[in-house]
Write a protein that binds this ligand. Structure first.
Ligand SMILES: Nc1ncnc2c1ncn2[C@@H]1O[C@H](COP(=O)(O)OP(=O)(O)OP(=O)(O)O)[C@@H](O)[C@H]1O
Ligand SMILES: N[C@@H](CCO)C(=O)O
Length: 318
């Protein structure tokens, strides 16, 4: 019998102006254990623990298992019967990349069980294909803050064919830029939050986001407050999504008054992410929580760290 255990970090995508192209891994984890079964009677058994365990599918539709199957299909092998244990640490459908942990977890787990036939870069391409955008799965797999873009990689001249591949850039993150997450107790599905976005934008909006993303990259690298305060604005997704998040304006203002550089919708929401220097982190946490409390919305607010390791083998016994 062979067993592997892994941990995959939560992620915050977009960071304001970097819609669908930038994200960072956070110090909050889902843990997964895969045990290859010898019996042919049970093809799949899934056990889930954690506060939201009942909300996770335990049949073949489970996203982690779907990614596991996708891996075997890719390497053209029959998937073995497997028991999967899931310890949930990342809240579901809150804009913290829970689906990315499942996709990355399923692919990495299957790769380890089969003796690692695929390289990390191949797992990454598969994960992006499954999720549909790179900004959660890439940092979940690699750790750190990552910017992704597609490049068209041309095959040798005579074939004149091309295929889409992703280029990834590591974005340095200054030690004194602290991510604070305010996680409300209601869900917002990414699918629903993408439906409210327009399909076209003006040239002015495109220029606005390009400039602000530049400030974000330099602000994250240097920790400069004047750049970070400008950086976190966006015209691509947040103006359309904020009405899906009750209390957004009040929480936003309270965090800024408490000294945050800026506040953005984490991923597709509803979690709000503030970036703040370490001395003000506690004050910003309290301010965000108390505003949601006044609106009678329960929330969990905490200062996290950026995770620089990404998905990792733990081999901790479940
Ligand atoms: N540990 C898990 N195991 C299996 N499926 C999961 C797990 N975590 C999340 N999922 C699936 O992913 C869905 C949530 O995905 P969704 O994209 O809506 O939100 P998110 O990934 O948490 O947020 P965002 O993409 O905005 O960061 C869950 O409803 C569930 O179907
Ligand atoms: N970039 C994605 C992240 C959430 O999966 C979005 O905002 O829809």
């Amino acid at each position: 019998m062979s067993t592997v255990s892994i941990a995959v970090p939560a992620t915050t995508a977009n960071l304001g102006p970097g819609f669908d192209c930038i994200g960072a891994a956070l110090s909050l984890y889902n843990e997964f254990q895969f045990t290859q079964l010898t019996s042919t009677e049970t093809a799949l058994k899934i056990n889930v623990t954690g506060a939201e365990a009942k909300r996770v599918q335990t049949d073949e539709s489970n996203l982690l298992y779907q990614a596991f199957l996708q891996f075997y299909q890719h390497i053209e092998k029959t998937p073995p019967p497997v028991e999967i244990d899931i310890k949930l640490g990342v809240p579901l459908a809150r804009g913290l990349g829970s689906s990315a942990t499942a996709i990355v977890g399923g692919l990495v787990g299957a790769n380890l069980l089969t003796g690692e036939p695929l390289r990390q870069v191949e797992l990454m391409q598969l994960a992006i294909q499954m999720e549909g955008h790179p900004d959660n799965v890439v940092p979940a797999l690699l750790g750190g803050c990552r910017l992704a873009a597609t490049g068209l990689n041309f095959e040798p001249q005579r074939h004149r064919e091309h295929r889409e591949e992703w280029e990834i850039c590591n974005i340095p993150w200054h030690w004194n830029v602290v991510p604070v997450v305010a996680i409300p107790d209601f869900e917002l599905s990414t699918l629903e939050a993408r439906k409210v976005l327009p399909s076209e934008y003006s040239r002015g909006d495109a220029i606005f986001n390009t400039a602000h993303l530049g400030f974000l990259l330099r602000g994250l690298e240097t920790g400069r407050g004047d750049w970070l305060r400008v950086a976190m604005q966006d015209k691509i997704h947040q103006p359309y999504r904020k009405s899906l998040i009750p209390g957004y304006d009040a929480v936003y203002s309270a965090a800024l008054s408490a000294g945050a550089y800026g506040v953005v919708i984490s991923g597709a929401g509803p979690t709000l992410l503030a970036l703040v220097d370490s001395e003000k982190a506690e004050r910003v946490c309290q301010a965000m929580q108390s505003v949601w409390q006044q609106e009678e919305i329960k929330s969990e607010v905490k200062a996290l760290k950026v995770d620089f390791q990404g998905a990792r083998r733990t081999d901790v016994e479940f």
